[in-house]
Design a binder for this molecule. Structure first.
Ligand SMILES: [Zn+2]
Length: 284
């Protein structure tokens, strides 16, 4: 740890963040079911990635929740024990929603200034250096559809930890009588197959960890497996990857060193091509 890192950990700083990613709650050893929220910091000279973790999102009151493309201000500290340079711990209760960007032109005016990258490049860098970028926006050259597999139920141990966390937090953070049930694992794991823009790319398979996928599965829980797959495909391919859109993927990797070079799809960015064009040709 160098002096700069040490100072960053001690000092809380105020950050202004455009939220772009709400990943699905995953049972966590340490935090119960938490969600990775990520976005772009707007308080520096150029937009930079930031990951906010942990946020026990579903334990927060409605008025404290935020949506994708909200702009929030909050106090953050560098995360102890997480060498991914974008990772910060938010101070619960310090955040305030200060705006929201409508689709798509306003959003693109911010996101077009991110450093362009590819999945191949992110993976190569993560294998070489544990402080390499752990978040990125990539624009696949080609989408090759979805892969489905059964999502295993969570273990008794995972459920027990989530229940313990709800017990601990609910009295302070949610009104009496509004204790949420322990999360149920979604029925399907879903992955995108795609080719990134690297000329030598053969293909990638990226698991979708977008909160929207989990919500969609929850809403469709009474449907058959076949129908559920259709519903997911209609949204994540038919709508999001329509040819009228310039579709990108928000990618993120894992804290665990052995999984650093594996990038999952934390969310989908699907601006209309017309809006991308109007916002300016910086990236395209
Ligand atoms: Zn690639």
């Amino acid at each position: 740890m160098d002096l700069y890192d040490r100072a960053m950990r001690i000092e809380a700083e105020r950050a202004r963040v455009l939220i772009t990613v709400k990943a699905t709650p995953q049972p966590s050893e340490k935090y119960g079911d938490t969600v990775c929220v990520a976005g772009v910091r707007l308080d520096g000279p150029t937009p930079t990635w930031i990951r906010l973790y942990p946020i026990a999102f579903r334990y927060l009151g409605d008025d404290a929740q935020f949506a994708k493309y909200d702009i929030i201000e909050l106090d953050v500290r560098r995360r102890d024990g997480d060498s991914r340079r974008e990772s910060f711990t938010p101070a619960l209760g310090s955040w305030q929603k200060v705006g929201h960007l409508p689709p798509w032109r306003d959003r693109h005016e911010v996101l077009r200034d991110l450093e362009p990258t590819t999945t191949c490049r992110l993976m190569r860098a993560a294998e070489r250096d544990h402080r390499a970028p752990s978040l990125g926006l990539v624009f696949p050259k080609e989408f090759r559809g979805l892969e489905f597999s059964p999502h295993q139920p969570w273990s008794d141990e995972q459920v027990r930890k989530m229940a313990a966390r709800i017990e601990k937090e609910s009295s302070a953070l949610i009104p009496a009588g509004a204790v949420p049930p322990v999360l149920v694992a979604p029925r399907l794991k879903v992955r995108y197959r795609y080719v990134c823009e690297e000329p030598t790319c053969s293909s990638h398979v990226g698991r979708i960890l977008d909160w929207e996928l989990t919500s969609l599965q929850n809403r469709s829980r009474r449907e058959s497996d076949t129908r559920l797959k259709q519903i997911i495909t209609e949204k994540f391919v038919g709508m999001m990857c329509d040819s009228s859109r310039r579709t990108g993927l928000f990618l993120g990797n894992f804290e665990l060193a052995s999984r650093r070079s594996k990038f999952s799809v934390l969310g989908v960015y699907y601006p209309r091509r017309a809006d991308v064009f109007r916002a300016g040709p910086t990236l395209f």
